[in-house]
Ligand binder design. Structure first.
Ligand code: AGP
Length: 619
């Protein structure tokens, strides 16, 4: 989740500090707790770093201006090894002459052993970080090689774990060298200037020509060149792509927060994810799924691996995929999957879901699944991310950049992409539901307008949220596909409003949780549509009666026209009707708006909630 920016521009401009600081500002959404920059000026490297937000760094720079420079690197750090202090902030210097500075994203897993070796050589450290170890190693290697690229190559071959490293040296003005393994790095190609970033937001204000660096690659940039080699020193190349969204897309478009903007972008997120993936005749056309059709026909199990909100998207998808394809489908928290000795083989399709494509738990689960022979598909919202690169195939969601740390539009896009994958497999394997696919696609195509309609009538939900701003505990109930909706609704309230919230299956109520019901206890209940099979609708209405009889304050989410819930509801929030399996795309919206409004009423930062990071790139 650290933010990384690198820049080399024309000597005459000397605007490196401005470019780097702008890039760091665009990367703030990744979540961080310290920031710093390093500039190469003549024959010295100037650094400035400070714990806290960028404002603290700007304050430091105002007090102690940095020299003009055309070469610079910058970093926003989310603390892993060592707390968020000035000393632990990046950049870190190597050597004793202060000529080298390094920034880093990831975790160097063997840094303790390397640090012990350096300490034994009499080298001292000023921080608790793994990054400073890399900086010291690089300084030693540079002394020997007198070339920053060669020094980088020597060092990265000694490191284990996940890292993106950027380095500058006073004796190499006009050069930034970077290396990556299991951590993101994107190159931005300008005219007479070049950029590096942990994602394209770092340089989107300057160029849309990007290159994603591959695993175990080193790139050396100057103002006019970008040379890529692999860790063995052989010439290599990244994957060029055009950034399709512009800087404005990352702005708030008039909304007070990214969270509210992104909640209102959900109709587009669903529509854009559907776009171009089916023919007018209702055939799925997924040319990006580069897995042999025969292999897909042979699949006998699907395992979805994800974390957090993405895992709840997987839980929704499970109901639809199993119903349509008749392939057994499990949903596993990625960080549990790896350690439970799962039964996986070449006939297993492992589907990872990740907005950032950098979640380390999910990445490691995908790598583990591939070691066991599984076919892997990544559902991801971030072009150039690591998880798609580590998968056999990718199905990108097109939600656009999701800046707010708490996920909303990506969640709906992930569910949509899972539906598309499920329908694709249904047709490919000529499952019984294949005949229904064109109708299901028509129903899916109607969802964006229904979300838009729903968003236009959230005033009462906002009023309820403001009224409940002092709540200390809220429960969420759901059944069938409503169960993961309840789980996601609870997570939104936890991460935005810092209120204890618990989601659980409505059928589970009588097995214990009903003991939680006390007079006035607010409970949201997601009611299945009246035409949901197995009379689940009536069972959930009974659940509402059970808790209402014990004093709960029932806030019911139900289909338009479902009058059966009114007698037992303190509040009824209606959603447009949709086929049961597709209803989560609608049912979650009031819960997102509720959590966002309540957190706002509490004066909290809904875009960057405390303790959270947009992408958890550590295990
Ligand atoms: C979303 O609201 C949460 N911030 C978090 O649970 C997130 O969904 C999870 O960390 C997975 O992130 P990813 O989709 O980028 O892999």
């Amino acid at each position: 989740m650290c933010g990384i920016v690198g820049y080399v521009g024309p000597g005459a401009d000397e605007r490196a500090l401005d470019v780097v600081m702008e890039g760091l500002a665009r990367l703030e959404y990744r979540g961080y707790d310290s920031a710093g920059v390093a500039l190469v000026n003549g024959h010295e490297v100037a650094t400035a770093k400070r714990a806290g937000k960028l404002a603290n760094l700007r304050e430091l720079l105002a007090e102690h201006p940095m020299p003009p420079s055309s070469t610079g690197i910058g970093h926003t750090r989310w603390a892993t090894h060592g707390g968020p202090t000035d000393q632990n902030a990046h950049p870190h210097r190597g050597g004793t002459d202060g000529k080298l500075a390094v920034i880093h994203n990831g975790i160097i897993e063997n840094f303790h052993a390397l640090k012990s070796q350096l300490l034994a050589q009499g080298i001292t450290f000023t921080s608790e970080t793994d990054t400073e170890v890399a900086a010291q190693l690089l300084a030693i290697a540079y002394e020997e090689a007198q070339d920053l690229t060669a020094a980088m190559r020597q060092v990265v071959n000694r490191l284990e774990g996940a890292f993106t490293l950027l380095a500058v040296h006073a004796d190499a003005p006009g050069v930034v060298v970077a290396a990556r393994r299991n951590s993101p790095l994107v190159l931005g190609l300008g005219d007479g200037e070049n950029f590096l970033g942990s994602d394209v937001a770092a340089f989107i204000g300057y160029t849309r020509r990007a290159v994603e660096l591959g695993q175990d690659q080193i790139v050396t940039i100057t103002a006019d060149s970008a040379e890529v080699i692999d860790f063995a020193g052989n010439p290599a190349h990244g994957t060029p792509f055009e950034v399709t969204w512009d800087a404005a897309a990352a702005e708030k478009n008039g909304f007070p927060t990214f969270m509210e903007k992104e909640i209102h972008e959900q109709p587009h997120a669903v529509a854009d994810t559907l776009l171009g993936r089916s023919t007018p005749q209702g055939r799925l056309a997924l040319d990006e799924v580069r897995i042999d059709e025969a292999d897909l026909r042979a699949i006998d199990k699907i395992v979805i691996v994800a974390c957090g909100t993405a895992s709840y998207a997987g839980m929704v998808a499970k109901y639809a995929i199993e119903h349509w394809t008749r392939i057994p489908c499990e949903v596993e928290l990625a960080h549990e999957f790896r350690y439970r000795d799962p039964v996986i083989d070449e006939r297993t399709l492992v589907v990872s879901i990740s907005q950032s494509g950098e979640t380390m738990d999910t990445l490691m689960a995908v790598k583990y699944a591939r070691q066991l022979g599984a076919r892997t598909i990544s559902i991801c919202n971030t072009h150039g991310a690591t998880i798609p690169r580590e998968s056999d195939a990718v199905l990108y969601t097109h939600a656009g950049p999701e800046i707010a740390v708490a996920s909303t539009k990506a969640f709906l896009a992930q569910i949509t992409a899972c539906y598309i994958l499920g329908l694709y497999l249904t047709q490919l394997r000529e499952a019984q539901a294949a005949a229904d696919v064109p109708e299901i696609l028509r129903e899916l195509a109607a969802i964006p307008d229904k979300i838009e309609t729903l968003l236009g009538r959230m005033d009462r939900v906002r009023e309820i949220a403001r009224f409940m701003a002092d709540s200390r505990s809220v429960l969420f109930l759901g059944r069938h596909v409503g169960y993961p909706v309840a789980m996601e609704g609870a997570l939104k309230l936890k991460e935005l409003a810092y209120i204890h919230a618990e989601g659980f299956a409505a059928g589970e109520l009588k097995h214990g949780p009903i003991a939680l019901i006390d007079a006035g206890q607010p409970v949201f209940i997601v009611v299945p549509g009246p035409d949901t099979p197995h009379s689940l609708h009536d069972k959930v209405v009974s659940n509402i009666q059970e808790i209402r009889a014990r004093g709960a304050r029932t806030l019911v989410i139900a289909d338009e026209g479902d009058d059966s819930v009114a007698p037992f509801a303190d509040e009824v929030i209606t959603i447009p009707q949709a086929p049961p399996l597709l209803s989560p795309l609608l049912a979650i919206v009031p819960l997102q708006v509720f959590a966002c409004e309540l957190a706002t009423a509490k004066g909290l930062d809904v875009d960057q909630p405390r303790n959270l990071a947009k992408s958890v790139t550590v295990e």
